[in-house]
Design a protein around this ligand. Structure first.
Ligand SMILES: [Fe+2]
Length: 325
């Protein structure tokens, strides 16, 4: 597992102008997709543990208690990642508009299907990007799921079985991983234009990014021929909830991959294939990082342990037809 510092050339170039520091988004608010059947999506995401939100032209889903939809779906012939929404601190949209102009990014009218407030433009792969005032939903408070491990007995005079949740019910959207045709272009855009910071990378294959201290990664890219959603990932309250969700998805006809512990990010995971070839992840126990974190370029296993990885996990099955919205 050779490790080296992420080479300076890997650093995303932004407009290197000290008079105009690069503003930064504060995280991922959600994503939008087209799917062939909203009814199928409703059943799948409902079983996964998300709650139905807004329902106009789009079908929305969110974690219990979230203030806004974190997934927006529109029916279309093919499954396609359509848009990503990022939060901007209050009062900073104007700074971003000027920064985007200096960066040569053209602001556009929003696509009718996903129209909403804020700034809209496209990334190098053609995915719509929406910047709007707000921040990622922090998730409702999680119960204390302390484990008695090793010499540390954090749960005393409490029976774990009596506190076992009855369903997964994700607390928050953790991260989104996209296949991209041009990894370098994606990195220059999301790093140099939106202000994401590199967390870790594996050569020219994949890279993980964060916007603020917290989870090891909230956004990631993997080279994949053309753009596509690899997976979205949702935090649950602990290992019990993770395995209960996995059990319930399998019982509903959606067996997954896991349990395992990832390499980069270290989260415990199980993945479930969605009805259209992407994946959706339950996670818990992801590495937390601060501004002191130093990114590495490291050939780290996808999973430190767990069942063999399904071949389909690294196949981009998303249609590469142009996104028509
Ligand atoms: Fe993930």
């Amino acid at each position: 597992m050779p490790s080296r510092s992420a080479a300076p050339s890997d650093a995303p170039p932004g407009p290197a102008d000290s008079r105009h520091p690069v503003p930064t988004v504060n995280g991922v608010l959600g994503y939008g997709m087209t799917v062939p059947s909203l009814d199928t999506a409703d059943g799948f995401l409902g079983t996964f543990g998300l709650r139905r939100g807004g329902h106009g032209d789009t079908l929305g889903f969110r974690c219990d208690g979230a203030a806004f939809d974190q997934v927006s779906l529109v029916e279309a012939p093919h499954k396609r990642i359509a848009c990503l929404a990022f939060g901007v601190d209050p009062g900073r949209l104007g700074d971003f508009a000027r920064h985007l102009e200096r960066s040569g990014v053209r602001l556009l009218d929003p696509p009718a299907a996903f129209a909403g407030p804020g700034l809209w433009f496209r990334d190098p792969e053609g995915v719509w990007v929406n910047l709007r005032e707000g921040a990622p939903d922090p998730g409702r408070p999680m119960p204390d799921t302390s484990l008695n491990t090793g010499a540390r007995h954090a749960r005393v005079d409490r029976a774990a079985w009596a506190e076992t949740p009855d369903a997964a019910r994700p607390h928050r959207l953790g991260h989104v991983l996209l296949y991209v045709r041009d990894l370098g272009a994606a990195e220059r855009f999301y790093g140099g234009v939106l202000g994401f910071r590199l967390s870790d990378r594996t050569g020219d294959i994949l890279s993980f990014w964060h916007a603020r201290p917290g989870d090891h990664h909230t956004l990631g890219f993997v080279r994949g021929g053309h753009v596509g959603l690899h997976h979205s990932s949702w935090e649950v309250s602990g290992l019990d909830a993770l395995m209960i969700g996995t059990r319930d998805m399998a019982a509903a006809g959606h067996p997954g991959w896991g349990l395992g512990r990832h390499g980069l990010g270290s989260n415990l995971f199980t993945y479930v294939p969605d009805p259209w070839g992407s994946w959706i992840e339950y996670f818990t126990d992801i590495d937390q990082i601060t501004d002191a974190w130093q990114p590495r370029d490291i050939d780290c296993p996808t999973a430190m342990w767990g069942p063999p990885m399904p071949e389909a996990f690294i196949v981009n099955s998303e249609s590469d037809e142009p996104l028509a919205l």
